[in-house]
Every structure is written in C-alpha cells, then in structure tokens.
Design a protein around this ligand. Structure first.
Ligand code: SAH
Ligand code: SF4
Length: 406
C-alpha cells in the first residue's frame, strides 16, 4: 500500500523532492496545498507542474475522511463520525469556546480527536473500550480529523454566505471540495518567476480549530510514534500552526510513555484520567492501574511536571457510589498538591449497556466544595443533558451495532 503524503514531515518531503531534482520552493507550495488550503485532490494543486503531480499521485495517496454522520449544529458541540479507508469508524468532537448567544458564531473552538480504532485498555465505564482494540490510527488519519473538520466548517460557512448574498441563485451554493482561495490571492502561473517568489505557508488564515485535545477514542500514548509525528506536523509553522501549549494529551496512565513524553522538546499539556485517588478505587475502574499503580503513575507525572514546569490536569469522572464519596477527597487533594495539578470533575455520561450512573447534582457540588476547601483548583462540568456531549466512542459504538443489526 502507498504511504499517504500527510504521513510525511517536511524533512521527508524535502529529501524526496531533492531526489526528484525539484527546486526547494516546490516543497513550500505542496505544504501550502496540504495544510493551508486543505486540498483533497492532486489536480487542485495548480501551481505544481503536471509531471510532479503525476509523480506524487503514483507514489502517495491523498486520503481524506468520509463523513458518515454529524450531530449538533454550528453554534453547539458538533460530533463527527468518520469512515476511514478500511471502513473503520472514528469520532471527533468540535466544542465552541463561547457558545454563541443571539445567533453570533463562536470564533474559538476546541477539537477532541481520536488516536485508535477502539481501545485495548478496557476501562469499565468507557464506550471506546467496549468492543476492544482494532488498530492504531496512521499519522495522516490523526491529522485529517482537524483538516476535515475545518473543511467542513469552511464549506458550511461559505454555503451560508452565498445563500445570504443578495441576488445569488440558490443553485450556486455548493461549497464542494474546491479549496478556498489563498489569502494572498490567485497563485502565480506554473513556472513563472512570480511562482518561485510566492510566500511559503507560515500561517493558516482560516483556522477554525485553535485548541486540540487528544481525548477521543483510544489511548494516545499507546500509539506514541504516530501521535507525536502528527502533533509535530500540527504544531509546525508550515503545517497546522497550532501552539504546543494549545494541545492537550490525555492518558489513562501509561507511566513509561509519560516519562518519554517529558523528553520531547514540545510543551504539550498533559491530562491524566485519574478517576480514583486510591489504588483500591482505581483498580475497580481501570485495569491499567494493575500494571502502573498510582505510586508509579504519580512518580512519572512528577517527572513530567518537573521537566516541563507545566501544570498537569487530573480528570476525575464522578460515578455514583463508586468514586464520589468524600473519603476520596483527601487522597485526591494530596495527589493534586504533590503534582501542582488542577482537578477537572466530570459527572459520568451514561453509556448504554453499562451499569454506571452519574451522581446527583448535590453530590457533585459537595465533592467540588470539599476539594476547594482543601485549596485545590478544581472545576465541575455542569452542562446538562449531555446527549451529544457524551464521551467519545459512543456514537461509533451505536452506529457499529446498528450496522451489525442491519
Ligand atoms: N484514553 C485516554 C483518552 C481518551 S478517553 C484517556 O483515558 O485519558 C478521554 C476521557 O474521557 C478520559 O478522561 C475518560 O476517562 C473519559 N471518559 C470515558 N468514558 C466516559 C464517560 N462515559 N463519561 C465521562 N467521561 C468519560
Ligand atoms: Fe481507553 Fe481512555 Fe476509554 Fe480507558 S478511558 S478505555 S484508556 S479510551
């Protein structure tokens, strides 16, 4: 099978182009098509010579994600279900930072992305692990989630703008797959001196996603190499241009990989899915705790915190009768203090077929207040009726089961 062009970083494309005797500026042009204009077709790359496009087509794929289903609307959380080239399904969730009031579009967005098809870690409360692990996502499948969402949002906005423009017939509103015009205007004709001088892609003018959280389906640190390569491309000025501090990696607690992440030069944010502040509670919920018990996990987090000097987030799902009693507050506050961490409390989202329940609002508020009394910085997610906010993995599970039933 051919590799996908978006699984290569800049250096790899440069060395390939050098071997093909292509001038260096062609690399910048290609990257501009891939990451700024988000092209989905080699033919669209009009300033690359036809022979080069043919060569690229022979040696690489240019895959995109097929949208199978979307829940939510422009101004709310939107959940995208994608089909990959082999038919596997994954999800990404786009969350507006300021849910728009009075019909104005929100301008800041966080995208939650997946890193694996399914998950091998089998946390007892999670939909992603219910049917086991199928495979790791490739570099380009991780990256494409951001590009595909941005293409979708840009096309939707363009369709609305065209429909709103006076005198434009409705038949003209198909956004299609045509890439948007570059900020600098029409590209220079192929081969012209102007073309060589055209500026390289350093900034994406039409970025929809400004924060990325790697909290979708799968355990990101179990797909370490693909994840890191994808995140480096996402971070690079010639790629996605998203700052490392705007990228959060969430892990169920793979201690050795946390230590490895601490050696990376980029300053990613780290979130730990803790969900229990003692081994007894955590063992009940997360099999990974048997392999890397709290002492080992916390030691790895301490290293990360020390090396990076960055605040870690401890994610704590509140599950009725399992981890929501106040006797977890002291050990949780102790861990948070040791790690200079803040705590995110998340009332459990019900998963079909699983017995777990979300505690009452009073219990959640009481847990938060008890933590704050211990001088811990903590937040409690309060939105109600998490139909589509439901944790990643649920939409895929439902769809796969419906397909199997059919
Ligand atoms: N595997 C990684 C990242 C994906 S899970 C991890 O475990 O951190 C992302 C987050 O969603 C984790 O904190 C996970 O515990 C949480 N989650 C999973 N199922 C959930 C549910 N039903 N309700 C609320 N949060 C859930
Ligand atoms: Fe996997 Fe994370 Fe779900 Fe656990 S919580 S099963 S590690 S996706």
């Amino acid at each position: 099978m051919l590799p996908d062009i978006k699984s290569l970083n800049r250096e790899e494309i440069e060395s390939r182009f050098a071997a093909w005797n292509q001038p260096a500026y062609r690399v910048a042009q290609l990257l501009d098509w891939l990451y700024v204009r988000r092209a989905t077709d080699w033919n669209a790359m009009s300033n690359l010579p036809k022979a080069l496009r043919e060569k690229l087509r022979e040696q690489f794929t240019l895959q995109t994600l097929e949208l199978v289903h979307k829940q939510g609307t422009e101004d709310t959380t939107q959940k995208f279900l994608w089909k990959l080239a082999d038919g596997a399904l994954i999800e990404s969730v786009l969350i507006p930072a300021n849910p728009a009031l009075y019909g104005e579009a929100s301008d800041r967005h966080t995208l939650c992305i997946s890193t694996q098809v399914g998950c091998a870690y089998g946390c007892k409360f999670c939909a992603s692990g219910l049917e086991g692990w199928k495979r790791n996502l490739d570099v380009q499948e991780i990256l494409e989630q951001i590009l595909a969402v941005e293409r979708h949002v840009t096309n939707a906005q363009r369709a609305v703008a065209v429909a709103d423009a006076p005198g434009v017939p409705r038949g003209d509103e198909t956004g299609g797959e045509t890439p948007p015009e570059p900020a600098g205007g029409t590209p220079a004709p192929p081969g012209s001196p102007l073309e060589a001088a055209s500026p390289p892609a350093t900034r994406n003018p039409s970025r929809t996603v400004d924060n990325v959280v790697v909290m979708g389906m799968g355990e990101p640190l179990a797909n370490y190499d693909h994840l890191l390569k994808a995140l480096k491309i996402l971070n690079a000025p010639w790629g996605g241009g998203i700052g490392a501090r705007k990228i959060t990696i969430s892990t169920s607690g793979l201690a050795p990989q946390i230590r490895r992440l601490a050696t990376e030069p980029l300053q990613f944010r780290l979130a730990i899915s803790l969900h229990g502040a003692t081994d007894a509670v955590r063992n009940r919920l997360m099999p990974v705790n048997k392999k890397y018990p709290l002492a080992e996990l916390v030691a790895a987090c301490e290293t990360y915190q020390r090396v990076k000097g960055r605040m870690i987030t401890l994610e704590y799902i509140l599950i009725a009768g399992i981890n929501d009693s106040l006797d977890q507050v002291c050990p949780l506050a102790g861990l948070a203090k040791r790690l200079f961490a803040k705590v995110n409390l998340i009332p459990y989202n019900r998963v079909e077929d699983l017995p777990w329940q979300r505690p009452s609002e009073e219990v959640c508020e009481g847990f938060l207040a008890a933590l704050e009394k211990q001088k811990i910085t903590a937040t409690l997610r309060r939105e109600k009726g998490g139909d589509i906010d439901a944790a990643c993995g649920q939409l895929r599970l439902k769809t796969e089961r419906a397909l199997a039933g059919a």
